[in-house]
Design a protein around this ligand. Structure first.
Ligand code: IMP
Ligand code: MG
Length: 179
């Protein structure tokens, strides 16, 4: 594994090696299988960042479930109320079903808070959050995160699906910005 990589104009150093990521993904998958036995959940993976995490996680989830991919669209409101986020591509009926959101990283938590608000309008029976990464030091809203693979410091990271300006998603390890 490369110890440092260049992504566009920035240098990143390995911070979470592949083996550690995979061990934590397997641990969380086991927790989900234990908690959701017989419940037929719908996994909603949030694009783009979670595509690799979702692929690895779901292959460890050995029970009947559906998988769908959604994207969050931001719109500038016509009033001064700010940004409105909508869920694009929710093409599975989640009414009355348990939903597990699969996210790459929760930073301020604002994206996830919007996602929860919007998803609740589709009346699922329950919603749990499953995130690969969490930056507890950056969290601005109170979120109940049931499944989390790894907690990390406030630094900017790339790899394993996460990007810097669209690049750097296609690595097996996770890298931290070198200041
Ligand atoms: P939040 O709304 O502040 O929680 O931000 C969530 C989104 O910001 C994530 O889904 C990522 O797309 C992006 N993000 C936050 N921190 C990082 C990082 O360290 N590297 C890459 N993307 C990040
Ligand atoms: Mg994301």
């Amino acid at each position: 594994m490369a110890q440092t990589i260049q992504v566009k104009d920035k240098t990143f150093a390995v911070s979470i090696p592949e083996a550690q990521i995979q061990a934590e993904v397997r641990r969380v998958a086991k927790e989900i299988v234990r908690d959701y036995q017989g419940q037929n959940p719908v996994f909603l993976a949030v694009l783009n960042g979670s595509f690799i995490f979702a692929a690895d996680l779901l292959r460890e989830v050995d029970m009947p479930c559906e998988v769908s991919f959604v994207r969050l669209a931001s719109y500038q409101g016509v009033s001064t109320t700010g940004e409105i986020r909508e869920i694009m591509g929710l093409n599975v009926d989640v009414t009355g079903r348990p939903v597990i959101i699969v996210e790459d990283i929760v930073d301020t938590g604002l994206t996830m808070a919007h996602m929860l608000d919007t998803l609740r309008r589709h009346n699922p029976s329950s919603i749990d959050i499953c995130t690969l990464l969490l930056k507890p030091g950056k969290l601005q809203v109170s979120l109940d995160i049931r499944y989390c693979c790894l907690q990390i410091p406030n630094d900017f990271i790339v790899g394993y699906g996460l990007d810097y300006d669209g690049y750097g998603r296609n690595t097996k390890d996770i890298y931290t910005l070198v200041q």
